[in-house]
Design a protein around this ligand. Structure first.
Ligand code: C2E
Ligand code: CA
Ligand code: CA
Length: 407
């Protein structure tokens, strides 16, 4: 933060360009001084940028800038902008890069000094943007063309490994590129406004599949309640008008209804616009859906929102679960997450359980549900039905069955 007293000059005409400034507080005057006669070009205030041309070209300053009153400024360097741009979405970079280059060309045509575009960088940006735009275009048709599928991963009771339900995970079977993982296409779906359609597709598929899975789960275990299924929802979807009602209508058309379905949202999604998230979650719960916070611990970890938002379940991210065995601190963090969840009456799922050791630690910490390769990998419907059919009877409920048979 940089402070400037009233009357002090921030920039002088002819100074070399260094950086731009975001005005936090106070007002500045942009002025030209010719033959001792100052002429005000602009008055700038909080939230506005000043000296921003330094971010675009290498030319000396073309005007003076002076504080009218005490100011607080945040400097923004060209390197800062370049680093942000390098990490930005490729389509955004292509558009911004093109606009900046056009602006520089215009400046040069008027005799100004401006940085020339870098062809190599341009080629890379263009190629990345093109690949993403292509993927986006193909994703638009993939849903209708039946290229998306849902795989199911078991969620079990940690204590006795009873099958409780599944998480539905989207898969894209691309005709040329084979199976594209969700980590690749979900960000594209989110950036192009298609993630709500992906969620609706998954829910429609789940609504068709759950009765089939339930039927077979019952043959393997005559006391098994109908399995619950989670679907993943992207944060942006919560602000799509009518999205929750659309989910409700899809679930209600299926035999399992909304009560069998949990909507999983990440912490980041929930804190992006907390009031919109809260009203969307209220609406979802009113329809009968349950709400889970996904990847808990990786986002803002502000425990306050958990208290205020209508959620039913916390899913502890796998990085914590997998870090527990070799890090006592991680184990303490997981212990407090579980304790906190229980204090708030929330169910807890430990994610990414790969070893019996991890399962036992979670059991000792009181975590009731688990998900991970130890219990089963995500699998297509046919395999899931088969798995549900031969899922072992839980040890804990065998006793009463034997007793009632002998009575
Ligand atoms: P997620 O919601 O955290 O889902 C769990 C991911 O962890 C899945 O990866 C699953 O295969 C993987 N996993 C489960 N158990 C283990 C384990 O024991 N070890 C390890 N190393 N990994 C395990 P997947 O299917 O590749 O999905 C990745 C992410 O993509 C999901 O993470 C979720 O954020 C997103 N995703 C998947 N389907 C959808 C969808 O339909 N909509 C949205 N918005 N996102 C989705
Ligand atoms: Ca999830
Ligand atoms: Ca997760």
């Amino acid at each position: 933060m940089m402070k400037l007293e009233a009357g002090v000059y921030l920039l002088r005409e002819g100074d070399p360009p260094t950086c731009g400034y975001l005005i936090e507080s106070g007002r500045l005057e942009v002025l030209l001084e010719r033959d001792g006669a100052p002429r005000t070009l602009a008055i700038l205030g909080p939230g506005e940028l000043v000296g921003e041309m330094a971010l675009v070209d290498n030319a000396p300053r073309t005007a003076n800038v002076r504080a009218i009153e005490a100011c607080e400024l945040l400097p923004i360097t060209p390197e800062h902008v370049a680093a942000r741009l390098a990490g930005a979405d490729p389509i955004l970079r292509l558009v911004l890069g093109t606009v900046l280059d056009r602006f520089r060309t215009t400046l040069r045509s008027f005799g100004g000094e401006a940085a020339a575009p870098t062809p190599a960088r341009d080629r890379q940006v263009r190629a990345a943007a093109l690949a993403e735009l292509r993927l986006e275009k193909e994703l638009r048709t993939a849903i209708d063309a039946g290229q998306l599928a849902v795989h199911y991963q078991p969620i079990v009771s940690i204590l006795d490994q009873r099958l409780i339900g599944f998480e539905a995970l989207a898969r894209w079977s691309h005709p040329d590129r084979g199976l594209i993982p969700p980590d690749v296409f979900i960000p594209v779906a989110e950036a192009s406004g298609l993630s709500a359609d992906v969620a609706c597709f998954c829910l429609a598929q789940v609504s068709r599949d759950v009765p089939l899975i339930a039927e077979f789960a019952a043959t393997g275990n005559d006391r098994a309640p109908a399995p619950k299924v989670s679907i993943n929802i992207s944060g942006n979807d919560l602000t799509v008008p009518g999205f929750i009602a659309r989910l409700g209508a899809i679930a209600q058309r299926g035999a399992a209804g909304t009560r069998a379905v949990t909507l999983e949202l990440t912490e980041t999604a929930l804190v992006q616009s907390p009031s919109e998230a809260a009203s969307a979650l209220d609406a979802a719960r009113a329809l009968g859906f349950r709400i889970a916070v996904d990847d808990f611990g990786t986002g803002y970890s502000s425990l306050n929102y958990i208290r205020t938002l209508p959620v039913d379940c916390l899913k502890i991210d796998r990085t914590f679960v997998q870090g527990m065995s070799h890090c006592a601190n991680t184990r303490s963090i997981v212990a407090s997450m579980i304790q906190l969840a229980h204090q708030l009456d929330l169910e807890v799922v430990g994610e990414g359980i790969e070893t019996e050791d991890q399962r036992m630690v979670l059991e000792a910490l009181g975590c009731e549900l688990g998900q991970g390769y130890l219990f089963g990998r995500p699998a297509p419907l046919a395999q899931t039905i088969e798995l549900a059919g031969r899922w072992r009877r839980p040890a804990k409920i065998e006793m009463p069955v034997i007793l009632s048979a002998s009575a």
